[in-house]
Structures are given as structure tokens and as C-alpha cells.
Design a binder for this molecule. Structure first.
Ligand code: ARG
Length: 577
């Protein structure tokens, strides 16, 4: 379904063509929401300059050709040459009715494109930190939105499952004993396991020597070493999955595509780069020097693809991800949902891949930059003792705090129901806090703020859906059966119906900009429009049955829109709150 703004844009463009000549039929009509009408078309101002005419005259010519009688009840030239457009109530009502009947709930169907999306990507035998939490939540919302728009989305969880730390981790696993309680820590408190291995490595020369030997065996493909490595990866996967489960994200084992996956590709990548003259040996290492990438004092910064000891690095693996995703997955858009500080790394990888011909011109790589999550002190969120936060505990605390709110508000509900709501509200609050600010900006992690029932929060939106459901319950009406017909007379009805029509465009905008916070902002506005409606327009108490039916249809559409939107963000909507 096209939004009013889009339909008006087409109409104004036809008028531009008719009034000023066919070459203007594709000019941007500059339609904006307006304070004085529903929308303003501002094209006349810029065009007047180009044509050397008075803007109001140009506007008058456009209006003379404008055919919007079916959708606008007023068209007015104002100020220096704005065209003010006010929609007809019956048109708005018909559009709202169409939305109610739309099986896609207003989400546009786009031409399908294959998109590879790299997100989450925690490291084996290490704690996931709040940065990983945010890429997981943002990445998963993008997956849901792109899939809903009709794209073929391939999730790639690039876990850190290879590299020198595995020497020490494997030796520690052997020392504590496979299957021992210490080994099981990888599943529950990976950092404790990692720290213990680290202490051995730093404290014992004998252990350190064994660990180094183990790295060599691992790289040589020694069978027993590989078995132990795989065991660590599997233990870690149990831990990751526990978090994914709690978070209610769509990632599964089938999406694991860790660093080790690309091992076989790395020698070939280096050979090709060297053969093509893209990489050269510098101080024993194979490096790519790219124009414009310089560090301090203008010294060129290399992308090291093979270290002087023959090992490959993070950059080499990422070159392989580009090649693999383009050649094997057939992706036309490559999304990397990764911390903002890795932007230089990615730009160097992509430029190298372009030079090598692995990244064709028509494939677009995008860094969806993830900003830091800060503590109240303005520094990266950590525990009071300075240790990384244990993500499971953080999520459990959110649920506990939500449980207190639910216990206060709904003592009438039984314990199981309350616990279910607390889970959805607690997790929803944390996820929504990650999503509602632009993904590349920092924000302060604050339980009180994210759990507040007021403001642009998950719980506020969840509460709006629960309120609508309770109206339906009281009225004994099934929300999916509300059929209208929709009529729009009261200003609050008009506002709500207009807000509803903005859903499709908001989802399309997220697909194009990869910014989930725009959907949050939209849903927040819609929930506010609903609150205004709720205050002014009684539903159950409406005397006229036709008004009652229309209002049921409006709130049914609101409910479905809010729930569809929250679902695209990966946030659940409890039936009651
Ligand atoms: N494992 C890395 C980290 O924890 C993130 C990997 C991101 N993905 C990638 N293709 N480089 O920082």
C-alpha cells in the first residue's frame, strides 16, 4: 500500500509535467508534513529560481494542473509559494479500511534481493559483552525487517573460533579434564575459564610452551587437537544459544559461520593478491598498501594478510567473507553489523576486495556501525569491580526488575502469567533500548529508564497493545474479526488513521537506511496517537453502533500495526500487562 505522501508525490509530479513541460515530470515535488495542512508541496520554490519566475505564479500553475479532488478537500497556496494539501476524511477512512483488509498488514513487498548479514559474532570461550548484545539485537531486527520486505536474507554469525588463544584454551581444557566442572564453565561463565587459562599461560613457562606447541598442532590439522578445539566451540555454542534463547533472536546453529570456516580459502587469497601485485612483502609480512589509508605522520597503514610467521589475520578472514558471500551466497548487499571502531578495518578489506575483483561494482557492502553501551559513569559498561558484565546476569536482572513492576500493577494475575509477562517486558525493554537510539551512537544503559511505562520505551508500546486487547476483551469482540467500515470524523480518529497509514513507509525506510530506530520512532508516534484517541473517543461506550464498529476497526488496525512493528524489532507484546 502506498502512503498518502507517496500518492501525493506522484500526483504533484504529473501536475509539474503538465504545467511546466515533460522534463519536469520527474522533479522531486518536495512533499513534507505541514503545520498548516497535512502536507506541503514545496517544489515551486526551487523551480521558480530555475525558471526565473515568481514562485507563487509557478505554484498557481502547478495547482491549476493538480488532480487531487478524490483525496484532498483543500489545496491552497501559502507564503512564498508552498502548496498546502489537506486530505479528505473519506479518503483517509478508505485507506484505513484498505489497510485493515491488507493481509500484509501494510508492509510493502519489494523485489527480492539476496542480503548477507554478519551480526552477533561473539568469541569462543569468552563472555559476550554488551557490544555483542547490541549487534545481536540490531542485526536481528534488520533480518526481520528485510525478510518482511521480501528479501532473501542469509544470516552469518562470524564467531571468533580460531587463532592463537586456542593453544592455551585447549591445554587448560586437558589440565582441568574434559567433562569436569571447570570445563563446563565454558557453557555458563566462559570468562572464568578463559581467565584461568590465561593465568596458567602467564604464570607457568611449562604451560606456555605446551600452549604454543598446541597452536602449531592446531594449524597443522592434528586430529586430536582439532577434536579438542571442536569441543570448546561446541561448549561455547551452548552458552551462545542460551543467550540467544533468552533474547529471543532468530539465530540458530545453522547460521554459524565462524572464522575457521574460511581457513582453506586463506592461502589462495594471499597467492592471488601477491600474483596480481595488490599485496607485497614488507618486513617479512604480506601486506596491502592502499592509497589514502595513512596513520600518524602520513605513514601508510597496511592491511596485513599474512604475518611474518606465516599466520593469517582477522583481515584475511574478512577478505574471505566478502569473496564467499558474493561468490557462494550470491549476495548483492553485504551487511556487517559491527562495532564502530572497526570501520577502518572494513574499508580496507572492501577496497582490497574491489581491487582483486571479488567485490563487483553492483554489490554494496555496508558497515552498520554499532556504538558503545555505557555505564552511568560514561565509560564502557562494566561491573563495579571492572570486570566485563555477565550478559546472562544482566538479562536476568532486567526480568527481575520487570517482575517487580508486574507484581505491583497486576496482583490479580497468577504467578506463572506474571512471570511470563515479566520475561517479555524485561527482555523487550533491553532490546528496545538498544534499538530506539540510532545504532551508531553511544547510549547509557539505565534499567529505570528502559523499563519506564512512559516515553519511547518497549514497555510503553507493549502497554499500548495490552490496553487495546483489554478493550476487545471487555467488549467481547475478537480483534481479528473487526471489519469496520471505518469512518473518520473526530480529529483524534483522523490523527490515528493517518498515523496508521505511515507504517508501510516506515518499514520500507528501515529496509533502505538500515536504521531500526526509525521504526521505533514511528511506533512511538502511533502509540501516542492511540493514547490521544483513547482519551477523546470512547469505543465500548460509543452510542451509535456504526461509530462503535468503526472505532473497533481503528483500534484493531492499531493493535495489529503495533504488534507487527514490535515483532519486526524482535520485541514480544504480552496479551495483558
Ligand atoms: N568476533 C569479533 C569481535 O568480537 C567480531 C567479528 C565481526 N565480524 C566480522 N566479519 N569481522 O569483535
Amino acid at each position: 500500500m502506498a502512503a498518502p505522501q507517496e500518492i501525493l508525490a506522484t500526483r504533484v509530479q504529473s501536475a509539474l509535467g503538465a504545467a511546466l513541460g515533460a522534463e519536469f515530470a520527474e522533479t522531486d515535488p518536495v512533499i513534507r508534513p505541514s503545520q498548516f495542512a497535512d502536507y506541503q508541496a514545496n517544489a515551486a520554490l526551487a523551480l521558480a529560481k530555475r525558471l526565473g519566475r515568481a514562485p507563487r505564479d509557478v505554484a498557481a500553475d502547478i495547482v491549476a494542473q493538480l488532480d487531487v479532488d478524490d483525496m484532498c478537500r483543500q489545496v491552497e497556496i501559502s507564503g512564498p509559494g508552498f502548496v498546502n494539501l489537506t486530505l479528505r476524511e473519506d479518503w483517509i477512512a478508505a485507506q484505513a479500511q484498505e489497510l485493515l483488509n491488507d493481509p500484509r498488514a501494510g508492509v510493502p513487498q519489494q523485489e527480492s534481493e539476496t542480503v548477507a548479514i554478519d551480526y552477533s559474532a561473539p568469541n569462543v570461550a569468552k563472555e559476550m559483552h554488551v557490544g555483542h548484545l547490541r549487534t545481536t539485537v540490531v542485526g536481528d531486527a534488520l533480518v526481520r525487517v528485510l525478510e518482511a520486505l521480501g528479501h532473501d536474507v542469509v544470516r552469518q554469525n562470524h564467531i571468533g573460533d580460531w587463532g592463537t588463544p586456542f593453544g592455551m584454551l585447549i591445554e587448560h581444557l586437558l589440565d582441568v579434564g574434559e567433562g569436569s566442572a571447570e570445563a563446563e564453565l565454558v557453557k555458563t561463565d566462559p570468562n572464568a575459564f578463559y581467565q584461568a587459562a590465561r593465568e596458567q599461560f602467564d604464570g607457568s613457562a611449562e604451560f606456555a610452551a605446551r600452549a604454543r606447541k598446541r597452536v602449531v598442532d592446531l594449524q597443522a590439522g592434528d586430529a586430536e587437537t582439532l577434536r579438542l578445539w571442536r569441543e570448546l566451540v561446541e561448549l561455547s555454542t551452548v552458552y551462545f544459544n542460551r543467550i540467544y534463547d533468552k533474547l529471543d533472536v532468530t539465530l540458530t546453529d545453522a547460521d554459524l559461520a565462524g572464522e575457521s570456516k574460511y581457513n582453506d580459502m586463506l592461502p589462495g587469497i594471499c597467492d592471488e593478491l601477491e600474483r596480481e601485485g595488490i599485496a607485497e612483502i614488507s618486513d617479512g609480512a604480506l601486506c596491502v598498501f592502499l592509497e589514502g589509508f595513512t596513520g600518524r605522520e602520513g605513514k601508510p597503514v597496511p592491511l596485513i594478510v599474512r604475518k611474518s610467521d606465516g599466520g593469517y589475520g582477522y583481515g584475511t578472514t574478512d577478505l574471505a567473507t566478502v569473496k564467499y558471500r558474493v561468490e557462494h551466497l550470491g549476495a548483492r548487499r553485504l551487511l556487517y553489523v559491527i562495532g564502530a571502531p572497526q570501520s577502518l578495518h572494513l574499508r580496507m578489506v572492501w577496497e582490497t576486495a574491489r581491487k582483486a575483483g571479488w567485490l563487483p561494482e553492483d554489490v554494496e557492502p555496508v558497515h552498520v556501525q554499532i556504538g558503545n553501551v555505557l555505564g552511568a559513569d560514561g565509560k564502557i559498561l562494566r561491573t563495579r569491580s571492572g570486570k566485563p558484565i555477565r550478559l546472562v546476569e544482566l538479562l536476568d536482572e532486567a526480568i527481575e526488575r520487570a517482575a517487580k513492576v508486574v507484581a505491583d500493577n497486576r496482583p490479580d494475575l497468577d504467578e506463572d502469567t506474571r512471570a511470563g509477562i515479566a520475561r517479555e517486558v524485561g527482555i523487550g525493554a533491553v532490546k528496545y533500548a538498544d534499538l530506539s537510539v540510532s545504532h551508531d551512537s553511544e547510549y547509557v544503559f539505565d534499567f529505570d529508564r528502559m523499563l519506564a511505562l512512559n516515553g519511547n520505551t518497549g514497555p510503553y508500546l507493549q502497554y499500548a497493545t495490552a490496553r487495546i486487547r483489554s478493550i476487545f476483551r471487555k467488549g467481547g469482540v475478537d480483534p481479528t474479526a473487526a471489519a469496520g467500515p471505518v469512518a473518520v470524523t473526530e480529529p483524534a480518529e483522523r490523527e490515528l488513521a493517518l498515523a496508521l497509514l505511515g507504517f508501510g513507509p516506515a518499514v520500507a525506510t528501515v529496509g533502505a537506511t538500515l536504521e531500526p530506530h526509525r521504526l521505533c520512532a514511528y511506533l512511538f508516534e502511533l502509540a501516542q496517537a492511540f493514547t490521544g484517541f483513547f482519551e477523546h473517543c470512547p469505543v465500548l461506550q460509543a452510542e451509535d453502533p456504526a461509530v462503535r464498529d468503526s472505532r473497533f476497526a481503528l483500534i484493531a488496525t492499531t493493535l495489529r500495526t503495533l504488534e507487527t512493528g514490535l515483532n519486526l524489532l524482535g520485541v514480544r507484546a504480552p496479551e495483558q500487562m
